[in-house]
Design a protein around this ligand. Structure first.
Ligand SMILES: O=C(O)CCC(=O)C(=O)O
Ligand SMILES: [Fe+2]
Length: 313
């Protein structure tokens, strides 16, 4: 049976390792079982879903709702918080980014939060609190995923966690991003080839992705083409980025993904929201092929990101 076709993106039960249990209670057996499931998924499609991961759906809903209040405002208001070139904090306007440089600008807005770039200029204290809470929870969840993946890759449990020190500090680029895809009315002028988010692979090691129920996210699985990453309630999507592929000498694959405009006219008129948490090792950490090969030249996490940002902005 072609299991990849049947089940391209597995749903993995994370209850034994989720934030509802203390870190000390994460036992070896669970790390092994879950770690090998995650490793398998990342080696085939680069994507998996986790259930029972220990962040309440109400917390995600609250974060999206507070974000939406920001995005609903007029441009003149949002521009006060625009993301500059110096810091990875603030608002990114529609069409500002082309994640696929061959397409017109993405039909999305975003708000980035990287704590060390926080200029202490927030639209509302509520938004600030929501970003801080979400960042904390996502940090903890990411480290748990990395513990499992380390064991799944036959590394010491804390191998990847140690490489991801300093999250939230000046020498670590890990970023929370709230995404808002505006409704497309019949009057909106969509350019030829323009979509909500162009084809790209992520830059870092892993990404957590919470999506609402609208759909449109697709991943390109080698040999299969694009398949939908259908929204499944109460799950978080986890995918890997290019730095993880490089680190694992292609044992794990960072697959391209995109967000299409819904085909159904009624659905086009609805906005879509998602929340991404892009995880990076600390800047000075040297990414060398884990299998000891020289398939890729060693590069520090910080230098690698600088190269990639140069292309998008
Ligand atoms: O909005 C989504 O579902 C995908 C977001 C994404 O892939 C990204 O921001 O890198
Ligand atoms: Fe992405």
């Amino acid at each position: 049976m072609d299991t990849l076709k049947e089940n391209p993106i597995p749903v993995i039960d994370f209850s034994k390792l989720g934030l509802n249990v203390s870190q000390n209670a994460c036992d070896e057996d669970s790390l092994k079982t879950v770690g090998s499931q995650i490793r398998d998924a990342f080696s085939k499609s680069g994507f998996c879903y986790l259930t029972n991961y220990g962040i309440q759906q109400s917390e995600i809903d609250h974060f999206m709702s507070v974000s939406k209040q920001f995005f609903y405002q007029k441009k003149e208001e949002k521009i006060k918080y625009v993301r500059g070139t110096e810091r990875n904090f603030g608002w990114v306007a529609v069409e500002r980014e082309h994640l696929n440089p061959e397409r017109p600008g993405d039909l999305k807005e975003a708000f980035n939060y990287c704590p060390s770039d926080d200029p202490n200029n927030w639209p509302t204290p509520e938004f600030q609190n929501a970003c801080q809470d979400m960042f904390r929870k996502c940090t903890e969840l990411s480290l748990r995923v990395l513990d499992a993946l380390s064991v799944g890759m036959n590394l010491d449990k804390s191998y990847m966690r140690d490489a991801h020190g300093c999250i939230g500090m000046g020498n670590n680029a890990t970023t929370l991003r709230s995404l808002y895809y505006p409704p497309l009315t019949p009057e909106s002028s969509v350019k030829p080839g323009q979509i909500r988010l162009g084809e790209h692979s992520d830059y870092g090691t892993i990404t957590l992705l919470f999506q609402d129920e609208i759909g449109g996210l697709e991943v390109e699985i080698p040999g299969y083409g694009f398949v939908p990453v259908t929204p499944i309630p109460e799950t978080v999507v986890v995918n890997i980025g290019d730095l993880m592929q490089r680190w694992t000498s292609d044992a794990l694959v960072a697959t391209k993904h995109r967000v299409l405009i819904p085909e159904v006219e009624l659905k086009k008129r609805l906005h879509r929201q998602s929340v991404a948490f892009f995880v990076h090792p600390y800047d000075e950490f040297l990414i060398k092929c884990l299998d000891g090969s020289d398939k890729y030249e060693p590069v520090t996490s910080g230098d690698y990101l600088k190269q990639r940002f140069g292309v998008t902005y």
